[in-house]
Design a protein around this ligand. Structure first.
Ligand code: EPZ
Length: 418
């Protein structure tokens, strides 16, 4: 198991360069197999989720070549095989192989894990979309077999604007006969990033980024070159680090408009920001005010920043409120924050934070990816040393976090323990 040790109290200054978006890359890589020849994707983050997806591709006899931030995926000799539990259970986004393999071969057999720590995480809307396109779904001991004689375009309404279901249905519909519409589609920027890849391959996808997406089926998709958009959640996490202990910290290579829900909150809290074309400077506030957040689908406040943001709220003077509307179990970081000195009360999917509370170093555990980020944020400002265990969760989604934080002044190291 890997652990992080952080000596709190340092000031962060200098430049952090943000990498490609995890939640784009984990969909772009499965989508690439829809092409009949090589797809090159650049700005792919160096995170363990990408390694897990590459292993699934190799299992399917897809050649994968990584060269620094680019990956070349050649599906020309691929074989449609069952995706095993060992391969599929490494990450949730393995479910994008359902839409990609169904779209390409009209058949997919794969193990898929059920609920995950932050909530039940059902995939009923994904399956509803596949069935609407004419597929039959059978599930036996967590093995999904999804088949169709042919895929016929359909009008699909999503009960909730699910990011995963929107993308998975898009993937399955690109090679279907006829036109598919997805109503109440999710509007996250990552969805537009995937739609752009598909259109570069020769698909006909329109409306991505709005709540109505149209896909006109085509006969074949070809290789192309594409780029992953900057990771707005990694960027938001480093902005929160900078709000806690930054002195003119530059968060660089970002799309500020993807972060408006966060930056408007930071301004409301009297945190000094300087927003540029593709960067933001941020510093710790001399008098940080409390505020309230409610997580919503894009462009609302992103659920993936709720946990690190809750750490920031512990340094606001006054009473703040947090309402989590997406995941039913996304406060697992709170007991550890309270152990470090915070004053947070959780009631179902709501929490209150009373500050300003000084934090002190403790031994804590990363229970999930963004909870881990929340604990890193707390450790950066805690008095003394903090040890975070189970940091494999953090490495799934934060590229080179030790190097990036060290380069701007943090005292952080990673260790391997038995
Ligand atoms: C994506 O998960 C992200 N993961 C999550 O980020 C993110 O929290 C989430 O979108 C919301 O923005 C990836 O992109 C790999 P959803 P996804 O389907 O697609 C319900 C991180 O930290 N729902 O948009 O799984 C679901 O229960 C991760 O990077 C159904 O009811 O999320 C939830 O309440 C964590 N049925 C809501 O919709 C379904 O079939 C939104 O889920 C699907 C979802």
């Amino acid at each position: 198991m890997k652990t992080l040790t952080i000596q709190g109290g340092q000031t962060l200054s200098g430049t952090v360069r943000i990498g490609g978006a995890k939640n784009s890359a984990v969909a772009l890589i499965p989508a690439a197999i829809l092409a009949s020849d090589p797809v090159t994707i650049c700005n792919v983050p160096e995170i363990t989720d990408i390694e897990a997806l590459s292993n699934i591709l190799k299992h399917l006899n897809v050649s994968v070549k990584r060269a620094s931030e680019s990956i070349v995926i050649d599906p020309s000799k691929m074989e449609n095989k069952m995706i095993t539990q060992e391969l599929s259970s490494k990450l949730r986004a393995s479910y994008y192989f359902m839409g990609a393999l169904l779209g390409k071969y009209k058949k997919v057999t794969m193990y898929f894990p059920g609920g995950c720590k932050i909530g039940e995480r059902p995939i009923n809307l994904h399956l509803k979309g596949f069935e609407a396109l004419g597929a039959t779904v059978t599930i036996e001991d967590n093995v999904y077999t999804i088949t169709a004689d042919k895929l016929q375009g359909a009008s699909i309404y999503l009960d909730t604007p699910s990011v995963g279901a929107t993308i998975n249905i898009m993937l399955a519909a690109t090679l279907a006969d006829g036109t598919t519409t997805i109503d109440n589609a999710a509007k996250e920027p990552e969805i537009a990033n995937i739609a752009t890849l598909l259109n570069q391959m020769g698909a006909k996808v329109s409306g991505a980024g709005t709540s109505m997406i149209k896909i006109v089926g085509v006969k074949e998709l070809n290789g192309c070159f594409h780029e992953v958009i900057p990771d707005r959640i990694e960027a938001g996490t480093y902005l929160i680090f900078g709000a806690l202990c930054g002195d003119h910290l530059k968060v660089d290579n970002i799309i500020p408009s993807h972060l408006e829900a966060l930056t408007s909150k930071l301004e409301e809290m009297n945190i000094p920001l300087e927003i540029g074309i593709d960067y933001i400077y941020i510093s710790k506030s001399p008098s940080q005010r409390s505020t309230n957040i409610k997580t919503l689908g894009y462009p609302g406040f992103p659920t993936d920043l709720q946990q690190p943001f809750t750490t920031l709220l512990t340094q606001s003077s006054g009473h703040s409120k947090v309402e989590e509307t997406i995941w039913e179990n996304r406060f697992m970081n709170v007991p550890y924050l309270n152990q470090m000195g915070a004053n947070i009360k959780v009631n179902g999917m709501k929490a209150t934070v009373d500050g300003k509370t000084p934090l002190h170093g403790e031994k804590v555990e990363a229970t999930d990816l963004r909870a881990g980020a929340s604990l890193v944020a707390a450790a950066l400002i805690a008095d003394g040393q903090t040890t975070i265990t189970n940091v494999e969760h953090i490495l799934r989604g934060y590229e080179e976090i030790v190097e990036k934080l060290t380069n701007v002044g943090a005292k952080i190291e990673i260790n391997e323990i038995d």
